[in-house]
Ligand binder design. Structure first.
Ligand SMILES: [Zn+2]
Length: 487
């Protein structure tokens, strides 16, 4: 089954074929770290996490890069208001980002580049554009000459005339043409800056992604992604810079996720409907937001409301219960005169799931296939309970159905992390008990090693450390005592 992807650049669904067989290079524009992540960020993260997981499921080696914009007007303004260095703000919100990502099981990217650690790459990139005649310096700023890139507007389907109607040269800007955009901005008093061939300054937003992509992925990538609001001007400007320089396509497929409204309104702080990811997981299991996001096609608008979270929670419980009830059926007596099994239903659900996913990641259709299987599972369960027993074949088919739901949900949708299907509760408890005994024993050994070190019996202390290392337990001596971790 071939994968079809809607490409914003061509406005069509196309068969997906990566540049290098078996490998997919993806870049998505990450967050500007000046505030807590909201549900709009959450949607984009969940969508591209799903796309990455699905491509991996199809057997591709996926290389995924997502950046942090860690110097920008918004960060600088917040830092000024709070009388802090800008890096304190960006570091704080990068940490918040990782907390959120972990909660919602957004897999870390393979590379997570920050602007401030890529300044030489960015300067180098801008210099090449200046040398090639596509960019010019004006009083410490550097601008890109939009009119020199003949295909400008091809992603967002805008013409130069249309763009001119809305373009202005703001007071203080030194560009030659209102269409031009800044690649490098000279530093104003009190702002962070880096030395460059054009004096002290910092990069413009549109350039960082190009420089990071060239550095970490190459001049042409397979998929470039982001929210729909980034299509213009951000992605249009990325294409102009990259393709002006190389003459090659910058990204083969452009994927944009739809935007999020809250109760039908645009989300904004002034309307008081700004929903952070923190607030969501203080009220609901993170899985519920993942399921809500995946229940809408990624290109459609998504309207968030707490009522929808509540509805989604019920749907989630149905999925989860169907998986967990394999245990209930497991306790029923085996009755070989019981008719029926789920093998056909499992096959139907799987083929429905994968054909929907391969049609431009149609997650709502894919979910409908899974819920179809849940319905069949519930019918079989009710019948078995009424019958007072179940055949071996039917029981095994139910377990197979539960495992299918669980594994697809976990591997492709990132759900059910805490759920262990078809494992008896006693086994889970026994495992937990075993782990806690092990932890107590490690603590005893750490204390014994400390005593040995105090008594200058270093050979014994080292022996304890080495023997634990052999078992995969690494000891770390810190100013606050010895800590341990699994290797
Ligand atoms: Zn970008």
């Amino acid at each position: 089954m071939s994968l079809k992807i809607y490409n914003t650049l061509t406005g069509k669904k196309e068969d997906f074929a990566p540049i290098k067989p078996g490998e997919v290079k993806i870049y998505t524009c990450g967050v500007t770290v000046y505030d807590y992540n909201h549900v709009g960020h959450g949607r984009s993260l969940i969508v591209f996490d799903m796309i990455r997981r699905y491509l991996r499921y199809l057997g591709y080696n996926v290389i995924f890069v997502r950046n942090f914009t860690d110097v920008d007007d918004k960060i600088i303004n917040r830092a000024k208001n709070e009388c802090l260095p800008f890096s304190v703000i960006s570091d704080k919100f990068i940490k918040e980002y990782f907390d959120d990502a972990e909660k919602f099981r957004i897999e870390p990217a393979d590379v997570e580049p920050r602007v401030t650690t890529h300044i030489p790459d960015i300067i180098n990139f801008i210099q090449k554009l200046v040398d090639a005649g596509y960019a010019y310096e004006a009083d410490g700023d550097v601008y890109f000459s939009v009119r020199k890139f003949k295909e400008y507007g091809k992603l967002s389907k805008r013409s130069i005339d249309e763009l001119l109607a809305g373009a202005r040269i703001e007071p203080g800007e030194k560009k030659k043409d209102p269409l031009d955009f800044a690649l490098w901005k000279s530093a104003k008093a009190g702002e962070p800056y880096w030395e460059s061939p054009w004096g002290k300054g910092r990069p413009g937003w549109h350039t960082e992604c190009c420089a990071m992509i060239f550095k970490h992925l190459g001049e042409t990538i397979d998929i470039h992604g982001g929210g729909l609001d980034l299509t213009f001007p951000h992605h249009e400007n990325e294409i102009a810079q990259a393709e002006a320089l190389t003459g090659k396509p910058f990204a083969r497929y452009w994927i944009h996720n739809g935007l999020v409204t809250v109760n039908g309104q645009k989300m904004s702080k002034s309307l008081g409907n700004y929903i952070t990811l923190k607030e969501i997981y203080s009220k609901y299991e993170p899985d519920i937001l993942r399921l809500l996001v995946l229940s809408v096609h990624y290109r459609s608008p998504l309207d968030f409301s707490w009522d929808k979270m509540e509805e989604t929670k019920k749907a989630y419980e149905r999925l989860k219960n169907a998986i967990e009830e394999a245990e209930v059926l497991n306790k029923l007596p085996i009755e070989e005169n019981f008719e029926g099994d789920l093998y056909n239903a499992v096959q139907k659900a799987q083929s429905g799931f994968y054909s929907a996913m391969s049609d431009d990641f149609n997650t709502p259709e894919a979910l409908a296939s899974l819920f179809g299987l849940v319905r069949e599972m519930n019918i079989l369960r009710d019948k078995a309970i009424k019958h007072g027993g179940i055949s071996k074949k039917a029981l095994e088919s139910y377990k197979e159905a539960a495992k299918t739901l669980h594994d697809i949900g976990r591997d492709i949708f990132g759900l059910f992390d805490s759920l262990q299907p078809c494992v008896k509760q006693e086994e889970i408890k026994a495992k937990e008990k075993e782990e806690s005994i092990n932890e107590d024993l490690i603590q005893v050994l750490i204390e014994a090693r400390e005593k040995a070190r105090k008594d200058k019996q270093f050979a014994i202390a080292d022996l304890i450390r080495d023997k634990l290392a052999e078992k995969g337990i690494i000891l770390e001596d810190t100013p606050f005592g010895t800590k341990w971790k699994k290797a």
